[in-house]
Write a protein that binds this ligand. Sequence first.
Ligand code: ZN
Length: 302
Amino acid sequence: MYLRILRNYLYRNRGKVYAQEPERFLDMKTLLLFTCDLEFSPEVQHKRFSNDRRLTKGCRILTDILTKYEINSTLFTQGKLCIRYPEIVEEFYRKGHEIGSHGFDHIPMTYFWPTSFLPRISPVFRRRVDIRKSKEAIYSITKREPISFRSPYLAVDEKTLMILETEGFLLDSSLYNPAFGRISYPYHPSKDDIASKGEMKILEVPLTVSVVPQRAIIYTRYPSIFGLDERQIEKTILVLRDLFGKLKYNFALFVTVIHPYELCSSIVVSRVTAFLEAMKRIGAQSLTFHQLMGEYERLEHH
Ligand SMILES: [Zn+2]
């Protein structure tokens, strides 16, 4: 008799624990930084000026997506592309998007980097020259110096962030969380280790990643959320937003990256569309990097 009561009690209690709904943060403020690395398609990247059909087609598709979903986007633009296709950059700028820098020649911003072709070496002086050239190329179109940067190949180190600071950049978005082991949320990095918080003035805004690693032949590719199918994308959004809530952050943040040439694939377009539909459903607010900076100061310090 007593045993049965005890057993029932335990059973009910266990039931309660197991049947508990996971905590949902439905009114969590959600910010979307929808970014594009505006660069030549891989097949054109290392040749001098040949027509880049995938780039121009991808940019038309991108423009339609940005207009349809009323996205304020940041376009990390390769300096060389500003010279070959100024009208593309100018149109995005005229529509209110931010033009950030993606370097001039698309060189990695670390000393050594294994790219999908050959390992590349970039001494510090070469990086500085490349970053300056990219600033000039962007300025020639927008008449403003860029304040946001994304490293080619997402290859960045302490020295590069220091160059960026002295060149007037306020934001960098080149890290992604397997590289530093935390959820993707803005922070000021340390001069000794950019993966740790510290005293630098520049604000690092890491990229959102999928939870599934995606391997390429030579190196582990950055695990883009658009490498997932539609259902996985929706699930990732909900899981990540709850995680921001559970960890008591002031807002949930999604930083995505797409390249124009990728948008020539209808599979990628439907994934991007599914992602933006899901963002719309949860009431995410889309911002440029410049706008994020103001929001971040307001939300973190008040
Ligand atoms: Zn790139």
